[in-house]
Design a protein around this ligand. Structure first.
Ligand code: GLU
Length: 430
């Protein structure tokens, strides 16, 4: 019987949860769930000065938000200094490490080779000549990353280590520690880093690097998780939209991409739009209410039923939650944003304004004030005056919503209601 897979995500709480780290966490989670194994969380907070609770909270909150649950309680390295020292002393006793003042260093013998089969990159070999003696315990008593990492991976029974390429140079050093401790090593896999569309290391100017920024921007966690999966693995059959659970059912580490992934904000927006479109309106309503409140909308008097009807009209047209308030503000306030270019184009002439005045009079007679009747009245007017329907629809849409695009005009009008529609049409006609 094969051993049970144990993986871990090991963030340092010295900064926010970045897209790259979140992707690392995601793939470890997928591997564990696929194999029915364990996904552990280890907090690498050995740097007491740079580790902060607010970062830890943000990292844990970000993981939960993405839908990643971990097994058991998180392990904190800051509480395990005695264990690291004990293991280092053991290596001193066996002659494999030595003291240098307060510090303990591991002796690397030249002339050897460290080789391993990377789960993603294949065989990797490093000559020990290129590796200098390694600090195990620093003179301030804290453990060095590579050593604490190995001690804990051993203690926790970690079988597979999946992390970013930025750690590829650490792995030979860690393997030397496994050998010195007489322990069999786990399997290692290194994921190529995420690059910006221009090929440079992902940074703020590519659209933000922390998970919280994307959350605030109006991305759904399931969409961001889906997109991050695509940045490391190509699901079979060309499928691009798949949930975490669906991915967990078919994921295979061996199929992970060994070339750098390019972060593409447009693609992420597309994925997000797909999820918004499919999400039940009733689930979007509370999210959008919160989102709009933060954007300064006063929705106290807006009922969920009305909000839901507007969401139904717009959820196929927005790529982020933030776009909803921008595109549909006219449903919630009178001082809605007006597309100035559109205003010049569609409402610039006395002729088009006169048409709006007449349209308002015709619509005033429509009863009940529902889309079919409204559309019939507008088309009749167009026919009588020898106009194209578009000659009425574009100016009217701009008058009632301030926008040149959006939901169907007559659906919008029905929802806005007779009083508002006539007031806005007449306001623009004047
Ligand atoms: N704390 C390290 C990091 O955040 C962990 C690396 C590892 O997974 O071994 O990059």
């Amino acid at each position: 019987m094969s051993e049970r897979m144990v993986v871990r995500f090991a963030p340092s709480p010295t900064g926010f949860l970045h897209l790259g780290s979140a992707r690392t966490a995601l793939f470890n989670w997928l591997a564990a769930r696929r194999a029915g194994g364990l996904f552990l969380l280890r907090i690498e907070d050995t740097d007491r000065l740079r580790s902060e609770d607010r970062f830890l909270d943000e990292i844990l909150g970000g993981l939960r938000w993405l839908g990643l649950d971990w097994d058991g309680e998180p392990i904190f390295q800051s509480r395990r200094f005695a264990l690291y020292r004990e293991r280092a002393e053991g290596l001193v006793a066996s002659g494999k490490a030595y003291r240098d003042g307060e510090a303990i260093l591991f002796r690397v013998e030249p002339g050897g080779t460290v080789a391993y089969e990377d789960m993603i990159h294949g065989r990797i070999e490093v000559a020990t000549e290129t590796v200098k003696d390694q600090v195990l315990i620093k003179s301030d008593g804290s453990p060095a990353y590579n050593f604490a990492c190995v001690v804990d991976d051993v203690e926790l029974g970690v079988t597979h280590i999946l992390r970013g390429d930025d750690h590829i140079s650490n792995t030979p050093k860690q393997i030397l520690f496994y050998e010195a401790l007489g322990l069999s090593r786990p399997r290692f896999g290194h994921m190529p880093l995420i690059m910006g569309a221009d090929g440079a290391k992902l940074s703020k100017r590519h659209g933000g690097v922390s998970i919280t920024e994307y959350k605030n921007e109006g991305f759904l966690p399931e969409a961001l998780a889906n997109y991050l999966i695509l940045l490391g693995w190509t699901p079979p059959g060309g499928v691009e939209i798949l949930t975490l659970d669906e991915a967990a059912g078919i994921f295979d580490i061996a199929q992970m991409n060994d070339v750098q992934a390019r972060f593409d904000l447009q693609k992420l927006k597309w994925v997000n739009g797909e999820y918004i479109m499919k999400k039940p309106t009733a689930d979007l309503v509370p999210l959008l209410r919160g989102r709009m409140a933060r954007d300064g909308f006063d929705l106290a008097a807006v009922e969920d039923g009305y909000l839901a009807r507007v969401v139904d009209l717009y959820k196929i047209r927005i790529k982020t939650l933030g776009e909803f308030g921008e595109l549909a503000d006219a449903f919630f306030k009178e001082d809605f944003a007006v597309d100035e270019e559109g205003r010049r184009k569609y409402l610039g002439s006395a002729e088009s304004r006169a048409r709006l005045a007449e349209l308002a009079e015709r619509l005033a007679a429509v009863d009940p004030f529902v889309r079919e009747g409204l559309e019939a009245a507008a088309r009749e007017m167009a026919a009588v005056q020898g106009l194209k329907a578009a000659d009425l629809i574009h100016p009217a849409r701009l008058a009632v919503s301030g926008k040149t695009k959006g939901a169907g005009l007559f659906e919008m009008m029905e929802l806005l209601g007779k009083e508002t529609v006539l007031r806005r049409l007449r306001g623009c006609a004047a």
